[in-house]
Design a protein around this ligand. Structure first.
Ligand SMILES: [Cu+2]
Length: 101
């Protein structure tokens, strides 16, 4: 039997693309502060939403690219994984590096 393959093509408006990261090691309010500062220092006008419960960081950048934002979060000591709107990327659970131990 041949299966039916469905291909979904999502179109995003990349002009004001919302970039979502899953940051598994963002575990407390201090982590949230550290990450938002790292993003703000990279892109001062970026809109940032951080959800501690789901470890999601949503960023609407003005100037920074997803790669730059990812680097900034990484440099702050965390492990960001980009989440595509249509297909969440499984992240290897890694519990290290939290500022609060
Ligand atoms: Cu923390």
């Amino acid at each position: 039997m041949t299966g039916l393959t469905l291909i979904f093509i999502n179109h995003y408006s990349w002009n004001q693309a919302m970039i979502t990261f899953e940051v598994d090691d963002m575990t407390c309010g201090h982590c949230v502060g550290t990450i938002s500062k790292a993003i703000a220092s990279l892109d001062n006008g970026a809109q940032i939403q951080l959800d501690l419960a789901t470890h999601r960081v949503q960023i609407e950048p003005i100037a920074a690219t997803a790669q730059q934002l990812s680097n900034a979060i990484r440099n702050a000591g965390y492990s960001p994984a980009v989440i595509d709107g249509s297909s969440p990327i499984p992240v290897a659970t890694k519990r290290s590096g939290c500022c609060c131990g």
